[in-house]
Design a protein around this ligand. Structure first.
Ligand code: URA
Length: 433
């Protein structure tokens, strides 16, 4: 078999066989197929798509490109959670300690930033010392001993996805249903949980811009879940504007910690409660979603979720003084206000553009090997439906370069669409599949 023939076949809109997909994944994982050949094939898949059989074959090949974890010692109902990506999406940071504090084991493997969206692993690394690169044995031991572990994707779990994920980020080949579905489901299959809750984001700051595409992605992933005998629920959430108020690595970590200290903004709360309620349901710890939401709120109010977070950070080598004293997080040198030039209601705040501005400040990567700046980003003060008067502060840009910061102030101001007529606050839960 020859990689050039496989690239040409997909370039010419033909259907790839299981053998061809297995060959590509195997040879890319072991370095025989080069990054530029993989880039060509990935772009052909991006442009010409794949049918359901090809997507399933791709997912299974990626899932079995490395080890597949066995979490059966934690019982039948280990639940995993994953997001298709968003701007300001700090749900994993908040939900995992909540769930663990309810006695449900959490073994979570997370990713880095992709495209204009952030990644949990990058955000966790804003706490000095936190080790996202622990071994699989440590990962399992942490779940056994403290009920939770959150790590990055190790070399051994779905390594093909790890390589493809980083590659796609640098060749503008992210927003594709076959590539996203196979990326997420391969990781979930390799990570060993038998129940999966997926946060499928939808809107301007998501990879799926329309409800129809979000439903299609959800159905694709649920079908793969069914085939792999993993009960899968997709919660479609609104990502037209960023979730919460902070965008950027340490800024989002600070907001997540504040949420665990019971200072949670309504949009974040709506999403946390819905996703959390389904995780509890799938874990067989409560069939009544409303009751499950009450359990979540209780463990935020009584501090158990926050204590679990501290335990997690400490266990994985992070400096817990940062969690206890948020002023310790390194601040950007310039904190520049974005000031409203008129009176009116915020009609929209395009999350993709906000994510890109944050990336351009240094919070994201352009090339695979780029280092990110933990301190920079954006803190919003006004969001959709809020009223602003001329002279009010709409947001702050956190920059480590003054000229760049001033440029991004102008860019962010132009993202705020302000109108005279009253605008309602949006709903954040769009549907369940
Ligand atoms: N999250 C993933 O893990 N993979 C994608 O392709 C997109 C979001």
């Amino acid at each position: 078999m020859n990689i050039l023939d496989i690239i040409a076949k997909k370039r010419d809109k033909k259907v790839l066989s299981k053998e061809e997909i297995d060959f590509f994944i195997k040879e890319y994982t072991n370095g025989i197929v080069t990054d530029y050949q993989a880039a060509a094939l990935v772009m052909a898949i991006f442009i010409n798509g794949m049918n359901n059989e090809e997507i399933t074959d791709l997912t299974l090949a990626m899932a079995h490109s490395g080890d597949v974890l066995d979490l059966s010692k934690f019982g039948e109902n280990v639940v995993d959670k994953h997001s298709t990506g968003g701007v300001g999406d700090k749900v994993t940071l908040i939900i995992t300690p909540i769930i663990a504090s309810l006695g449900i084991p959490v073994a979570k493997m997370s990713g880095r930033g992709l495209g204009f969206t952030g990644g949990t692993v990058d955000k966790l690394e804003s706490i000095p010392g936190y080790n996202t690169g622990i071994s699989i044995d440590e990962f399992i031991k942490n779940v056994e001993e403290i009920g939770i572990s959150v790590m990055g994707q190790t070399l051994n779990l779905a390594p093909a996805d790890k390589k493809l994920y980083a590659l796609r980020d640098t060749i503008s080949a992210v927003e594709s249903i076959p590539l996203i579905a196979s990326s997420i489901m391969s990781k979930k299959i390799a990570a060993g949980a038998n129940k999966i809750v997926l946060d499928v984001t939808c809107g301007k700051g998501a990879f799926m811009k329309t409800k129809e595409d979000a439903i299609l992605l959800s159905k694709t992933m649920s079908a793969i879940g069914k085939l792999a005998k993993k009960e899968t629920v997709c919660v479609i959430t609104n990502m037209d504007e960023p979730l919460g108020y902070a965008v950027g690595n340490s800024l989002e970590m600070i907001e997540a910690i504040e949420c665990l200290q019971n200072k949670m903004e309504p949009d974040v709360k709506e999403v946390i409660l819905e996703i959390g309620a389904y995780i509890i349901k799938l874990a067989d710890k409560g069939n009544n979603l409303e009751q499950n939401k009450k359990m979540i709120l209780e463990n935020i109010e009584n501090g158990k979720a926050y204590s679990k977070f501290i335990q997690l950070i400490e266990r994985q080598g992070g400096d817990i003084e940062y969690v206890k004293d948020l002023d310790k997080f390194e601040k950007a040198e310039y904190i520049l206000p974005v000031i409203s030039e008129k009176d009116g209601y915020i009609k929209s705040l395009n999350a993709e553009r906000v994510g890109r501005i944050s990336g351009e400040l240094g919070a994201g990567r352009i090339r695979k090997e780029d280092k990110i700046d933990m301190a920079v980003g954006i803190v919003l003060k006004k969001k959709t439906g809020d009223y602003a008067k001329q002279g009010d502060i709409l947001a702050y840009i956190h920059a480590n370069n003054k000229n760049l910061g001033n440029e991004k102030v102008k860019d962010l101001l132009s993202v705020y669409e302000i109108v005279y007529e009253k605008v309602e606050k949006p709903n954040h839960i769009i549907g369940i599949i």
